[in-house]
Design a protein around this ligand. Sequence first.
Ligand code: NAD
Ligand code: MG
Length: 396
Amino acid sequence: MRSISIFGATGSIGESTFDLIMRGGGPEAFRTVALTGARNINRLAEMARALRAEVAVTAHEDCLPALRAALAGTDTVCAAGQAALAEAADRPADWVMSAIVGAAGLVPGLRALRHGGTLALANKESLVTAGPLLMATAEQYGATLLPVDSEHSAVFQALAGEQKQAVERVIITASGGPFRQFSMEQMRAITPAQAVAHPNWSMGQRISIDSASMFNKALELIETREFFGFAPDQIEVIVHPQSIVHALIGFCDGGIMAHLGPADMRHAIGFALHWPRRGPVPVERLDLARLAALNFEAPDPARFPALRLARDVMALRGLSGAAFNAAKEIALDHFIAGDLAFLGMAEVVETTLARLSRENSLQIAATTLDDVLDMDHLARKTATEAVKSWQQGSKA
Ligand code: NAD
Ligand code: MG
């Protein structure tokens, strides 16, 4: 029986993974080692009961009594806190879904790779903050890293059986989000409620807002570079409002292989679950005649500066990805809290990168986890100061 763990089980990707596991036979077909969540204790307990999980972990220690109460009478061991998350990742499982949101997903993912199994990686932040470390750890322990981001799963699928040297360009698509046609003037007044409403995909709050600002696509540019090793100038972003084509690979003979599918993350998750074979996945089948048209347009660098910042990070590498992601997370926290404007997010990230670059903090090779975590910490501090300066400037 295949053993599995889901990190971030109660989130959007976690729920879709749970759905596929249940449809695939649930506890009769899979041995569930660990399920983790944060504050949604009732849902975490429900999933742990349904899959008869060996351990259920909440990220928050104050939630432990509630988790224990909800799982009373079961054999599931309950635990809480960051150390417990890492320990849950130390329990061997054949297939692990990494679907915690943010840099918090890095340590559990790294620890899970040490069993040499398969890590299905939805947590793109791990590749952005510590790409070389993650890839080297997978190699060292003979683990398989599979992309779960829809664009990266698409690239992976379009590359199957091809020679990497024959690839000229990799094109990842972006929906353009809810503000694709907003003027600069309109963009100045965007609220969190507007930004969270994605036109095509149903996702967690943070990635939905990142999609609206194109910070999500910025993270994905870096993710493409780190996962597949293509040079930055080979990787392109094209806006495609229908979100049907997820990525395209252009080869040296001019041919292009595209990957198409409905906007349902269960395709990419199911692909990773069945890999290296293909298995049935319950997503809607495309009706091309009904779709009728697929549109493409160039992204606007003036209204979406996140893409330019990602190009700087791809050129710098070192610890700049860790700084970029941490600054973005702080800026996003403040936008959600209502004390930073939508366009202020990119300003804060740019200021943070510039400050850290002037101090020569970014060009160090990111070889250890401690280097990455130290930079994460420093960049959060620097970004918090940048938010304060922005707030003072906006009042003046
Ligand atoms: P989400 O917010 O819906 O869920 C996040 C999960 O992480 C939840 O289980 C939550 O309890 C847990 N969590 C949150 N903070 C935590 C912390 N500090 N420590 C431990 N656990 C914590 O997010 P999501 O939309 O499912 O996204 C998860 C990851 O997958 C992100 O990295 C995102 O970029 C990536 N991703 C998501 C989608 C999507 O369609 N939702 C698509 C591609 C990639
Ligand atoms: Mg994506």
